[in-house]
Design a protein around this ligand. Sequence first.
Ligand code: TRP
Length: 348
Amino acid sequence: MTAETTVPTVSSAPKKTRKRILTGDRPTGRLHLGHYVGTLENRVKLQEAYDTFLLVADYHMLTTRLDHLDEIGRNVRDVVLDNLSVGIDPEKVTIYLQSLVPQTAELHLYFSMLVSVSRAQRIPTLKEQMRDAHITQPSYGLLGYPVLQAADILCVKGDLVPVGRDQESHIELTREIARRFNELFGPVFPVPDALIPSDTLLPGTDGNTKAGKSLGNAIDLADDSETVRRKVMGMYTDPARIRATDPGKVEGNPVFAYLESFDPEKAEVEDLKERYRGGRVGDVEVKKRLVTVLERFLAPIRERRARFERDPKLLDEIIRSGSDRARAEAQQTLHDVRRAMKLDYFGL
Ligand code: TRP
């Protein structure tokens, strides 16, 4: 007898034991410190406790950036590199590309029948996206942006979705879709919860309340030392302060917001704030401290990034094998979906 005939084959999918996280980024380019504070830091912690799926949402780029599609390939790699550089471990996290899991598009089609046009139009991010991308007439596809996101989450039956506060309305819609589907066709989907980490919104270097790539006021995770130094030394501070002996404003001053987020010496930051308020420390000294703090924070991140950059085959392999795993999950989900919807009349 050969070994094959004696070893029983296990055909059923492994049972889900830990709760599953699904989160993701659109490949818009390099990630910055605002992303770190808003989501990446939290993601790195969560990978220890949950079965984490991390998607790069390239289909979503089609909703607003049809004129920039040639950038997506590069941006996909940058986003993955940034995630790896802050400590996402590809051994623990399934990193995958949305378009390598085309079941997402099939699920999106089914879900699009469960959402009324007026409900989709009420999602607050639609107006923001139109404004940011200078779109006056939204396409049918842009209107479906959050429905596609629901398909991402439910394709792998995600239980928890760590996202920034701006994405809350999309998770709410995902919950409605999951409930509606289950009500109509039977219990297939979990009703996922949003995990919104912190309300700390990192301001831009120009004092704008938000750091953003399109605003040109962010410090990228991949910025080199000289760029970081230049950006910090040029940071907006308290415009009313002319001399170092003038009392300074800490609130709304991005230099202090960055120190609060990245300086591990909390007591020293408090002391610096006191001195700043009392006109006993100059802007230059505070900025120099921030340069040192950010260098210390970014050095290991740059190092990890460089390691992966030296091995592009490894990066591609991480994305490919993650996508294979995600696709296997999605195939199983779509099998369940078609059966529940009685669409399996022609086999599965
Ligand atoms: N819409 C998200 C963003 O712009 C990206 C995204 C796409 C996503 N699909 C997702 C996030 C699924 C969480 C889960 O940031």
